[in-house]
Write a protein that binds this ligand. Structure first.
Ligand SMILES: NC(=O)c1ccc[n+]([C@@H]2O[C@H](COP(=O)([O-])OP(=O)(O)OC[C@H]3O[C@@H](n4cnc5c(N)ncnc54)[C@H](OP(=O)(O)O)[C@@H]3O)[C@@H](O)[C@H]2O)c1
Length: 279
């Protein structure tokens, strides 16, 4: 029987490439995208087994509406792949007053996962959380300054959101131990995600990253493994084997802060209070 996967931000980049791969393996894929015309274009590009639903992870009402639609039309979700994200953005607050990278990369993923648990439970489903090599650059954090410009830089904030993604996934796994839901994490190394779009790009502008980033198939391989492997766990992260950049997928340790239970608990409690949402 075919499985059903949700991919957030599946209209381009890694999300679109993962959607294409899963559809080739007979999955039904729901892409949750904030822009209707991009979402519809990707849906058409992916074919009959793709379904676009509107989802803006920076807006709690949009996440709620998305979950309602999912529960109405898809009673058993096998995979939630938390992929959508903002990378190296300048300081900006969302309509709800949260710093935008924290809001989309971390709060949005937390909110969606917790709101879909009942559905995922019905199919003994899996939550796969994307993270990044940049988590290894993150240091101890001060939660009081999370939505303030003090000390903000696009790179240090992006690093922090990836540390949070990993910490969240491991804590969620611990909290779901007695359920049938599994949790896994994966990162793609540094990959040419701009290769993957539902439309032709004649020339992709070269940037610093173009010179050492990998082909998108190398980037998505660890994510596909995290989705499909038996006994996957968020204790370790699926990533390209060689320095986390190149080669076949393997599992690796997260940043050591991820294994600090006290910090994880602190982050969880803070998030649950901010979003007024807990297990
Ligand atoms: N590329 C890499 O090498 C790399 C490495 C490590 C980790 N990652 C992670 O992998 C994920 C995908 O990366 P990518 O390179 O494919 O990035 P991308 O091409 O920029 O795609 C990001 C996706 O997230 C969506 N998105 C952004 N804000 C959203 C919101 N508020 N609500 C819903 N969707 C939203 C984007 O939609 P729009 O098109 O509407 O903006 C887009 O579909 C990111 O979370 C990134 O942190 C990437």
């Amino acid at each position: 029987m075919s499985k059903t996967a949700i991919i957030t931000g599946g209209n381009k980049g890694i999300g679109l490439a993962v959607a294409k791969d899963l559809i080739s393996k007979n999955y039904k894929v729901i892409i949750g995208c904030r822009d209707t015309s991009k979402g519809k274009m990707a849906e058409e590009y992916l074919g009959n087994n793709a379904h676009f639903l509107e989802l803006d992870l920076s807006k709690s009402a949009s996440v709620l509406q998305f979950v309602k639609q999912i529960n109405t039309h898809f009673s058993e979700i096998d995979v939630l792949y938390n992929n959508a994200g903002l990378i190296y953005r300048d300081f900006e607050l969302t309509e709800e007053g949260y710093e935008s990278m924290i809001s989309v990369n971390y709060f949005g993923a937390y909110r969606l996962a917790l709101m879909l648990l009942e559905n995922l439970h019905r199919s003994s489903g899996r939550i796969v959380q994307v993270t990044s090599l940049s988590m290894y650059l993150a240091r101890e954090f001060n939660l009081d300054l999370l939505h303030s410009k003090t000390g903000f830089s696009p790179s240090s904030r992006y690093n922090l959101t990836n540390l949070f993604r990993s910490m969240f996934a491991l804590e969620l796994e611990n909290k779901l131990k007695k359920t049938s839901i599994s949790v896994a994490t994966a990162h793609p190394g540094v990959t040419k995600s701009r290769q993957s779009r539902p439309y032709e790009v004649k020339k992709i502008k070269k940037s610093f990253y173009t010179y050492f980033s990998t082909n998108i198939q190398t980037g998505i391989a660890p994510i596909i493994q995290a989705i499909e492997a038996d006994n996957a766990s968020a204790e370790r992260v699926y990533a390209p084997k060689i320095f986390g950049f190149y080669g076949q997928p393997a599992t690796m340790q997260h940043n050591k802060l991820v294994y600090n239970e006290e910090l994880r608990n602190k982050l969880w409690t803070f998030t649950a209070n901010e979003l007024n949402l807990d297990l």
